[in-house]
Design a binder for this molecule. Sequence first.
Ligand SMILES: Cc1cc2nc3c(=O)[nH]c(=O)nc-3n(C[C@H](O)[C@H](O)[C@H](O)COP(=O)(O)OP(=O)(O)OC[C@H]3O[C@@H](n4cnc5c(N)ncnc54)[C@H](O)[C@@H]3O)c2cc1C
Length: 422
Amino acid sequence: MSAAPIRVHFDIAIIGGGVAGLWLANRLANTGYSLALFEAGSLGSDQTIASQGMIHGGMKYTLSGALTGASEAIAEMPRHWRACLCGEGDVDLRTTRILSDHFFMWSSETMASRVTTFLASKLTRGRVEPVADDKRPPLLRTHHFSGSLYRLEDLVLDVPSLIANLAHNLPGRIFQLATAHSRLSATDGDVRLVIEQDGQTIEVTAQRFILTAGKGNAALLQQLGLHQPAMQLRPLQQVMVKHAYPHRFYGHCLGADTTPRLTISSHTTSYGAPVWYLGGSLAERGAQQDAATLIDSARQELANLMPWLDFSEAEWATLPVERAEPLQRNFARPDNAFASPVAGVPNLILGWPTKLTLAPNLANEILGLLQQDGIAPGKTDDVSVLAHHLPRPIVAKTPWDIAFPPPPDDSLNDDEITDADT
Ligand SMILES: Cc1cc2nc3c(=O)[nH]c(=O)nc-3n(C[C@H](O)[C@H](O)[C@H](O)COP(=O)(O)OP(=O)(O)OC[C@H]3O[C@@H](n4cnc5c(N)ncnc54)[C@H](O)[C@@H]3O)c2cc1C
């Protein structure tokens, strides 16, 4: 005879443990809500761990020559994150590593004059400053460099440490579930989560379920026979290059397009090897290319932009990945975080931050929806019931640790690398 189902109830159940779900869980826990967060794989597995970690105020969206809706909406974000990093914001990020407290924008050739004029205009004052030749970063301190260089007061974070920090703030509240053995189901209009684990059925109910599963949101809606709010996926293929240069560099190279021609961020494998992670237009065009063709274009792009560096001994790899966003007219990029109730299911909310940078906005939007519906912190069952049956997920491995595993003679093994993460 099978055991009777275990029933647990929370104020809020969050599905998906990327930056969106983890940030939201932090905000809700700080506000006094009881909650559980359920992750199908490892924390941050899809987009968050693949991101370049740039917390930007939207300047890169000004390349078309005007402040767009996107740049207005996120202009305050670096300041918001900085407060959190000092322990003075709405989420405690004091153990998150900052890779860089600025990044650069540079043009290899003469930039379109409207962009130059715009960058120099008063609208951008304080957010972007021209860099004098003697203040250039070591990478660009060569007579071969002939472009214009600007410094942005934005941040770059070490994403694994961000995920670990957000998870660490939520002891006993994060659970791993196997998607093959769990499902959302709707009874009398309200959604609940049913988990089958080791012959035991666990039914989770909540005042509100919140889906922050990135591209997994669409499949979760489908479990309920729903297709709205609809999602769009924006494919990219990033390039990773493992080399021997000591230069850590974070910056956008401007081209003729309204997206940066190339975005470089610098990371380190768990065994200390430097890796440049390349995005921007290269990765957008690269989504349509096979890995070998894209690596050839990346080699060529670096040779054109930085002919004084030699990557002939470097190791290369690519990462195909998709950005998950709410469906936009003409497949446009969304400007803001998106949060919405789900029509027909009163206790369900869905969200996409659309950018790592906008995770705080998404949480604000969702807190607003809860307030609007009068959902206040209430009484709850004991989370230890879940802890008894469900494991705690680890932080996802970085793309560069997957692409460039430690050399065979390296003394570290995989367990030592991943266990430290949570
Ligand atoms: C290559 C790349 C670079 C980027 N760089 C930047 C940047 O520098 N700055 C910036 O601001 N933004 C950047 N972004 C965008 C940013 O990474 C994303 O907007 C953000 O990480 C999305 O977070 P998320 O939590 O919604 O989704 P995700 O990070 O995708 O997390 C979703 C989580 O839900 C889990 N999940 C899925 N299905 C289920 C299920 N059924 N049940 C339970 N869990 C489930 C997944 O395993 C995953 O852990 C970048 C994106 C990409 C792809």
